[in-house]
Design a protein around this ligand. Structure first.
Ligand code: GDP
Length: 303
């Protein structure tokens, strides 16, 4: 399936290292755990997450009196799912869609992470589900951003509301809301600027956009989706921290998982930021966006 092929790089490196480890150590001892830590850190799982995981594994080894390292593989995958899912029954995070009303989703993230592509892919998915989608080109700063969103709109057959380059992003978002209402749309997907050269400016701009949305629709935005590029590793984590200080991020779209051997970043994000990963990008095609499923993800790593 999609997860298996999209995660082939991470799986190739991760599961072969784990298999190697298990082959090298018959006994589960301190050295075994040191090497395991190293493998997990290299997969970008994140130092804190790795420490917690290894502590829990050690306890589990005692509890079940595990001696043979080959028996530990299943325990590792179970623990990874547990870490991801926490106490919750469900490991899949659904989008906060308003059943009988306009849903407004704001996309934020640094230039180049795959924001426009993810908006296009999600617009396609929602349209396929029979929803009427409108896009609004809120990145009025970067040259070409408006046109790029427009191309995606044409590709997936949804309308794009836009102003000219350099205009006020809050004004175009306002127009987007009016247009979505007058067309009886189900979902409005808002692109925003992603220049991080001037962080304070960008964060002010995002707050203003958010205020305009809230004034028009008090329950909105129904999602603030932060788009992160999995190939940037720990950088993605620091971007997530910056954006969640400025806006209330409700979910993450993690792109380009197909392009990295360090898919462990998914676990680091969940553990260190406590923001659910809602979607993952597994390629450049319009259909390469998957609802994130922790179980499928972890089993995909070991498959
Ligand atoms: P933006 O600046 O954040 O809007 O980024 P774009 O949407 O323009 O994407 C930047 C590049 O990343 C483009 O070449 C996309 O095709 C590529 N891209 C986006 N998502 C994915 C993904 O999930 N996998 C891969 N392999 N490439 C992606």
């Amino acid at each position: 399936d999609k997860y298996k092929s999209g995660l082939s790089k991470t799986r190739g490196s991760f599961s072969s290292k784990i298999n190697n480890l298990v082959a090298r150590y018959r006994q589960v001892d301190e050295d075994f755990f040191d090497d395991l830590e190293e493998i997990l850190i290299q997969a970008d799982v994140g130092v804190n997450t790795v420490m917690d995981l290894v502590d829990e594994l050690k306890m589990e080894v005692k509890r079940q009196n595990i001696k043979d390292s080959s028996m530990l593989k299943d325990v590792i995958s179970e623990k990874l799912v547990e870490i991801y899912a926490g106490d919750e029954e469900t490991v899949k995070a659904e989008l906060n869609l308003q059943p009988n009303d306009l849903s407004i989703f704001l996309f934020v993230g640094v230039n180049g992470v795959g924001k426009t592509t993810s908006i296009g892919k999600l617009a396609h998915q929602l349209s396929e589900q029979g929803k009427k989608v409108v896009l609004v080109a809120g990145d009025t700063f970067r040259a070409g951003a408006i046109e790029q969103l427009d191309v995606w709109g044409q590709r997936v057959g949804v309308e794009v509301i836009k102003h000219s380059e350099g205009s006020d992003p809050a004004a175009v978002i306002y127009d987007g809301i009016q247009a979505a209402r007058s067309r009886n749309a189900d979902v409005l997907l808002c692109d925003t600027a992603g220049r991080l050269q001037n962080k304070v400016n960008l964060m002010n701009e995002l707050s203003k956009v958010k205020r305009v949305i809230e004034r028009e629709v008090p329950s909105a935005p129904h999602e603030v989706l932060l788009v992160l590029d999995a190939t940037t590793g720990q950088n993605a984590l620091s971007q997530a921290k910056t954006f969640s200080e400025a806006t209330n991020v409700t979910g993450i779209v993690l792109t380009k998982l197909d392009g990295t051997a360090k898919g462990g970043i998914v676990l680091a994000i969940r553990k260190e930021l406590n923001i659910p990963v809602k979607y993952v990008g597994l390629g450049e095609k319009v259909t390469d966006l998957e609802v994130f499923d922790a179980q499928a993800f972890v089993y995909g790593l070991f498959a």
